[in-house]
Design a protein around this ligand. Sequence first.
Ligand code: ARG
Length: 568
Amino acid sequence: MDFKEKVAEIFTSIETELSMDDALSLIEIPPSQDMGDYAVPCFKFAKKYRKSPAVIASEIADKIGSIEEFEKVESAGPYVNFFVDKKHFAEKILKQAYAEKENYGSTNVGEGKNVIVEFSSPNIAKPFHIGHIRTTIIGNSIYKIYKYLGYNTISINHLGDYGTQFGMLISAYKKWGSPEVVEAIEKNPIKELLKLYVRYNKEIETHPEYQDEARYWFKELENGNEEAHKLWTWFREVSLKEFNRVYDMLNVKFDSYAGESFYSDKMPAVIDELDDKGLLKDSEGAKIVELQQYGLTDAVIQKSDGSTLYVTRDIAAAMYRKKTYDFYKNIYVVGAPQKLHFEQWKKIIELMGYDWAENCVHVMFGTVSLEDGVLSTRKGRVVFLEDVLKKAIERTTEIINERNTDLENKEEVAKQVGIGAVIFQELFNNRIKDYTFSWEKTLSFEGETGPYVQYTYARTCSLLRKGDIEVDDDVDYSVLTDKESFNVIKKLEGFKAAVLGAHDKYEPFFITRYIVGLAQEFNRFYHECPIVVEDIEVRKARLLLTKAVNTVLKKGMELLGMETPERM
Ligand code: ARG
């Protein structure tokens, strides 16, 4: 039982009509330390007792009297304030952290439940640009958080490897593909394929028939035409090779790459089922599901030439996933511009009579822009994610060279810190917020940044090395009752809540904010309380605290997808 629960328990033993849940939701954290660590407002009871909240608070405080876990319980105006006993608190939290090690922030909420986290899902033959950074990093973190909480997690990359743009590419290649073009594509797949795509789109302006040719080739691809299929396979392979370089840098792994094309043979069954359930309407030769009565626009399921659409493939994918994984939750980490798409899709699944539609969640996020303007593929304003990561590593190498020239594995550390900085910055804010990517902010080693947290972690590693004793939990906890130690321990107590909050709201930034706060508290402690000191009792106690911070910082960074270098 944690201290907040203890407060609720004490309170309900006096206010017996109050449930544990109600008591828990009443408890507040006072804004300043001299008002205690937990406070319960008594306004709620004024009506029942026909007394002022202040009188009630004082009577309740008297009834509570003295309790082992608390230094004192007293009323202040309408509040009953609880002051935890610092020694008791230190012992309780640090013993638990010591015993549970890297599981200290976990619970078993996920046991026996399958959760799919779909993320990244770039489009083949199109740039993997800074815009994709968000789904990849947010999704990877959500995947790790769910895994940590005991869910059986499946990461899926729903590649955009199907659709009319492939008709364009095939047609373009058939027109302009030469041995030189082949060589260029092999060398630089995405950039070259993009060139073909852009040229094709441009030439449509003067050759409108190219539009039909592209449609024709996509239809041929769907029909299994061998030449079309061979070209498509090649485009897909070379693109994937390039994406995988980025995934390797970010240390991201997928359990499945079943993308849009994977569902091409599962589409007829979906269309039949929609038809059988009376959901399909004809509209100028196309088949649609009417959704206007639900405040949405109608969804086209099949074009008049028989080819299918993005939403059709998403319906097939959801049904396949339910059948294959029997998911408890099916999470889609995709940008806010696709909100309408996911609303239509979910409504259609609901109309098909599947109650598991409610377990499908669109986790959306805002747009990234650059300091000097917005991104635009068409205008060539593309920043490739790989270039961003490489530049982050280069800048970090420069900084390391300026500061600390005798670091051993400099290259490795530069990579861990540079990429860690990008990840941290990405996960620093609430995901819905649009944001502007800033090199300056990302690569600062000061303040609330990734390198700052990594640096603090490396500091704890170095202290533990220097401390030179086997840390255990048999220490004198009264050493840890000063203000700085107490504040670190209070932070440590909040780890589980941060992880659970991130899980409930699909918001990794709860953890980002949490670990930076922990790092700041630890650094305050470090400056006020010398750790590796002669007095062995003091040294042992402070090293135990350092050890707990070390474990939690490491786990926190891992949950965000960051690496944790031990020396910096
Ligand atoms: N490939 C799409 C894009 O880059 C994202 C796919 C999202 N996932 C989905 N199941 N629709 O815009």
